[in-house]
Design a protein around this ligand. Structure first.
Ligand code: FMN
Length: 173
């Protein structure tokens, strides 16, 4: 067995699903989108998911304030958007305006659903846990939607520690 720097081991976990959390920016009256690798289901009953968001992200501020989000799985055509959303901050730009996705009103929360996303989940934050430089937001799923024909994006691991190239988010499951 070879002992390595901790950052080395994470290369082995890819490919992984990428999800996107949409939060609501009341001040600017618009949604914000953050791509996330760190997402999981964490309870069947009640139905809970957990997302881990860096404390420096604008999304972190919005999630704390509004305590609700939509988490969606981007489809294979949304690679450009995932790249853009993951390399810009909603503090500086209107991520919805700069992308080609279409939205529709959610039933229970202010952030919108994303049309043609394989999965959309409306969530209310029911718990938070500060873990080092990230916070885990636990969301209770209030409504769930699927698009049968759409396929998810996988990240093959080239996104790491701030470095990313557009072509490195690959699309083959
Ligand atoms: C594929 C991918 C996975 C990412 N995973 C996470 C994650 O799990 N948690 C996190 O805080 N940031 C993650 N990021 C980084 C954020 O998406 C990025 O910092 C984003 O620009 C933050 O936007 P905001 O300031 O508008 O919230 C990821 C980015 C990409 C492209």
């Amino acid at each position: 067995m070879k002992e390595v720097n901790i950052s080395e081991v994470w290369k082995k976990k890819y490919p992984e699903r990428v999800v996107v959390a949409a939060s609501w920016d009341e001040k600017n009256n618009r949604p914000n989108f953050i791509p996330l690798g760190w997402f999981m289901q964490t309870s069947f009953s009640p139905p809970l998911v957990a997302i881990s968001v860096g404390v420096t992200r604008y999304s972190h501020t919005l999630l704390h304030k509004e305590k609700e989000f939509v988490v969606f799985f981007p489809n294979k055509k949304m690679g450009k958007e995932v790249y853009y959303w993951g390399t810009h901050s909603g503090k500086d730009v209107d991520k919805l305006k700069e992308s080609a996705v279409e939205t529709e009103q959610a039933k229970h929360v202010k952030p919108p659903l994303i049309k043609n996303a394989p999965i959309n989940l409306e969530c209310k934050v029911v718990d938070t846990l500060r873990t080092g430089d990230h916070t885990i937001f636990v969301g209770k799923i209030l409504a769930a939607y699927i698009e049968e024909e759409e396929e998810v994006i996988l990240n093959f691991g080239e996104y790491k520690f701030g470095g990313i190239k557009e072509q490195e988010i690959l699309f083959t499951p």
